[in-house]
Design a protein around this ligand. Structure first.
Ligand code: CTP
Length: 404
């Protein structure tokens, strides 16, 4: 179940060319299971019609005409009170000013005053307008009152100018909204370090040894942790996966880089989840220049790569904040036996074992079939499920283990 399932999202749309992206956002929110009520300002109606939003949300989209209809006296209160989150995307400088000063001269502004839910703002305006001291004062004012700002991003504006003021892309806004919905979740105040994907051990300047891990399970864990309110640091190999909004994402290639990165942040972490499929071996001597065919078949000698979890196990005594270490075991045979041995040898609190010989689950696909093995000896078999559902199941155990 997505964090958006069954949630009432009130989406305010104000007068910016980025309105066309708001239709995509409304569609994405609806597809994720949210009930999306849209309010357009008069200026937004110059760019896009209510029908566009009704068509993607399956619900009535409201305009200022509804402010003067028969239900007018209760409409804004009703919309404001039932919302789990009020998102204004795009949010113009004018609407920011209205919100900052409690002005209530259109349906969206009145509803924002009546709403009791958290407020998320995605500014969109031309270069210079966002930097203007008047706008900045409004931004600070709203931030001080608890509003969450998503963006704006820097880049090319519709006017052709460059600057800070572009609305974030709908996929990023969706991530920010998911995080905002989970910000008061059970892992609030916790910092989780999560690793994802495979490692890349260089042979020469152009070649490396890697594996089939896509990073999807680790990314799903990071998303689930953000939605439970955690602060997340994610280390992963270079990938085209969309970075989970709100996570500090760092690219690492070799196992040594992963070890250095993990050890640096660990003193400040409550938990470590090692979902990365890291190499056990690296090339002993990396060629300085590209290996050439005419030099014959190269003899590549391997040596052992550092074991991150084994190193963490040794250092745990000097890491008082670290309450929990979770490993993954990818096995093609003797799944439980091998996983149990790793649970013990790496001194883990939990190991997530998955059988990579299955064709419908595991590496590079969207589903996984895993068994959870705990340090106290109990075990739990999960059925074939989406990697996001596996992530939610693992995270709920992590939450319970952290509360021990
Ligand atoms: N791991 C690690 N450092 C490595 C290799 C693996 O920290 N160099 C971690 C993985 O992130 C995973 C766990 O150890 O959480 C188990 O990884 P796996 O590859 O299944 O096991 P290995 O310990 O590498 O043992 P083997 O390859 O013999 O199965």
């Amino acid at each position: 179940m997505s964090i958006l399932s069954g949630k009432h999202i009130l989406l305010g749309v104000t007068g910016s060319i980025a309105c066309y992206k708001a239709a995509d956002l409304a569609s994405k929110l609806t597809q994720a299971g949210a009930m999306v009520d849209v309010i357009l300002t008069a200026a937004a109606e110059q760019f896009i019609t209510p029908l566009t939003f009704q068509s993607v949300t399956g619900r009535k989209a409201f305009t200022d005409a509804d402010l003067w209809g028969g239900q007018a006296h209760v409409l804004h209160v009703g919309l404001g009170h039932q919302a789990d989150l009020l998102v204004i995307a795009p949010c113009t400088a004018n609407t920011l000013a209205k919100l900052a000063h409690g002005q209530a001269d259109n349906l969206l502004a009145i509803t924002a005053l009546a709403a009791q839910c958290p407020l998320v703002l995605a500014p969109a305006m031309d270069a210079g307008m966002y930097d203007n001291p008047a706008t900045q004062a409004n931004v600070q004012n709203l931030q001080a009152r608890g509003a969450t700002f998503l963006g704006p991003a820097a880049g090319r504006m519709a006017s052709g100018m460059q600057g800070l003021g572009r609305m974030l892309e709908p996929a990023e806004l969706l991530g920010g909204i998911r995080q905002a919905l989970g910000q008061a979740g059970p892992l609030k105040g916790r910092h989780l370090v999560i690793t994802a994907g495979g490692s890349q051990e260089p042979i020469d300047p152009v070649r490396f040894i890697s594996n089939r891990s896509s990073g999807k399970q680790g990314y799903a864990l990071a998303q689930a942790a953000l939605e439970a309110g955690a602060r997340v640091t994610l280390f992963a190999h270079p990938t085209a996966l969309v970075p989970p909004y709100g996570a500090a994402v760092h690219t690492v290639r070799t196992v040594q880089e992963m070890l250095d990165a993990v050890m640096e942040v660990l003193p400040d972490a409550d938990g470590l989840i090692m979902a990365a499929a890291l190499a056990d071996f690296r090339v002993e001597t990396v060629a300085e220049h590209k290996l050439k065919k005419q030099d014959g078949i190269p003899k590549i000698r391997l040596t052992t790569a550092p074991d991150v979890l084994a190193t963490v196990a040794k250092a745990r005594g000097s890491l008082p904040r670290l309450k929990l270490v979770v490993g993954f075991a990818a096995e093609s045979r003797n799944l439980l036996e091998n996983a149990k041995a790793k649970l013990a040898s790496k001194k883990l609190d939990l190991i997530v074992a998955n059988d990579i010989s299955a064709t419908d689950a595991g590496f590079a696909v969207d589903e996984n079939r895993v068994t959870l093995l705990f340090a106290d000896g109990h075990q739990e078999n999960l059925p074939l499920m989406g990697k996001d559902e596996v992530a939610q199941a693992v995270l709920s155990h992590i939450q319970a283990l952290l509360e021990r």
